[in-house]
Design a protein around this ligand. Structure first.
Ligand code: TXA
Ligand code: MG
Length: 379
């Protein structure tokens, strides 16, 4: 059956109900697709070792076939069934961060089909901590290949309603586990080279990794996006997480640019850096209000994405608040839902502050910059 041609009746069920987990497990065992909550974002699951099942994920998402899937496991020992070599540093990271929002890249065993790894000779593996995800993996008895459960290019789903919006009629079942806790995808670390490399920043930060295994680098293509630099995680090269309207980030030059996304910006900005916090935001607010007025006058629908400290200062019909400036965890948890809200209100133009503070700043800005297609106005 081709998922793109025939509409499937999608069951939405309570993920905390045992019977629902059993039904979902049977669907996975019959080569079907089930969306389920993880602690990061909702995943779209299929039997990872069955190429027919895994292929259905690509059809339902409209995902390019060269973009490999993460294999989700519920028992650390299963890593040895999927990977041909498990270096000491991988074992240390598994011990420290699993179950949890960390994905590791290792050389794959032949049992992992090319259809799951996008033809790569490596495999991405993660043990999620969400109880519904763990129950589903255990009950089905299979490893679950699961990308985020969104249509390719759209923001990842952080609650079941987001999955329904993208996947209704395309997959057999959605397990509703409520809103996820973290809200941005797992940190991906490549352990196939001597020095481990972060391919996608996330909740587990560089310094958290370095505390366990020593030196860790960040994929250069993430720090300074350039046409000749290809990210090592194939999915990171696509425009992503994007709302339908045109999103622009307005950023004042910043004394605390985050290592994970803008080393160059830091160097470029040193000369005209604005150290005074309030002045910095005054400039951002003034610029955003100017752009809002211009586009509103032209007849467009406009939205602003703001920190709670500044929200009241915007003269815009649609001000969407993501959380306090210093509260990275809340901003991360609300970011994708906020980008989806921009679509719900039909925003043609969206202006966002930069959220680069604290430990999670790098991961948040990595997603926001991709959602904006790297459209940034620096003041
Ligand atoms: O938090 C998460 O990781 C969520 C939940 C559902 O677990 N999953 C997720 O999957 O974000 P997805 O498919 O949306 O993103 C997986 C990323 C893509 O950028 C892909 O290119 C990369 O992982 N990836 C997968 N296998 C890889 C490999 N062998 N080498 C390099 N990158 C890989
Ligand atoms: Mg994704």
């Amino acid at each position: 059956m081709n998922n793109t041609d025939i509409s499937i009746k999608t069951i939405v069920a309570d993920g905390n109900d045992n019977d629902s987990i059993k039904t979902a497990a049977k669907i996975l065992n019959n080569e079907g697709l089930v969306a389920f909550p993880t602690e990061t974002v909702y995943g779209l699951g299929a039997d990872a070792l069955n190429p027919i099942a895994a292929a259905k994920i690509y059809a339902a998402k409209g995902r390019p076939s060269d973009n490999p899937l993460i294999v989700h496991i519920a028992d650390t020992d299963d890593v040895y069934k999927l990977a041909s070599n498990v270096p000491e540093k991988a074992k240390q990271l598994m011990e420290a961060f699993w179950p949890g929002p960390l994905t590791i890249i290792l050389p794959k065993k032949p049992t992992v089909p090319d259809g799951t790894t996008g033809g790569l000779n490596t495999v991405a593996i993660r043990m999620p901590s969400h109880p519904v995800a763990l129950s589903l993996i255990k009950e089905s008895g299979v490893y679950i290949a699961a990308p985020s459960a969104n249509t390719s290019g759209r923001p990842s789903p952080t609650e079941a309603s987001h999955v329904i919006a993208d996947m209704d009629g395309k997959i057999e079942m959605i397990l509703d586990g409520g809103a996820v806790g973290i809200g941005i995808e797992s940190t991906i670390v490549d352990l196939t080279e001597a020095i481990p490399t972060i391919l996608r920043p996330g909740f587990i930060t560089k310094s958290m990794l370095e505390n366990i295994i020593g030196e860790v680098t960040i994929d250069k293509a993430l720090i300074e996006p350039a046409p000749d630099l290809r990210p090592k995680a194939p999915g990171m090269k696509y425009t992503h997480y994007a709302p339908k309207g045109e999103l622009t980030i307005i950023e004042a030059c910043n004394e605390s640019s985050n290592e994970n996304y803008s080393k160059n910006d830091e160097i470029n900005c040193i000369d005209n850096c604005i150290n005074d916090h309030e002045k910095k935001y005054d400039k951002v607010i003034a610029k955003i209000n100017e752009l809002v007025k211009q586009k509103t006058d032209e007849g467009y629908r406009v939205a602003v994405i703001a920190t709670s400290e500044n929200a009241a200062s915007y003269k815009c019909e649609n001000v969407l608040t993501v959380g306090a400036n210093t509260d990275g965890a809340t901003i991360a948890a609300k970011l994708y839902g906020t980008l989806r809200k921009c679509d719900d209100i039909g925003a043609d133009y969206i202006y966002s502050e930069a959220f680069d503070k604290g430990e999670l700043g790098g991961a948040i800005m990595n997603r926001l910059l991709k959602a904006a297609g790297h459209r940034v106005i620096k003041l």
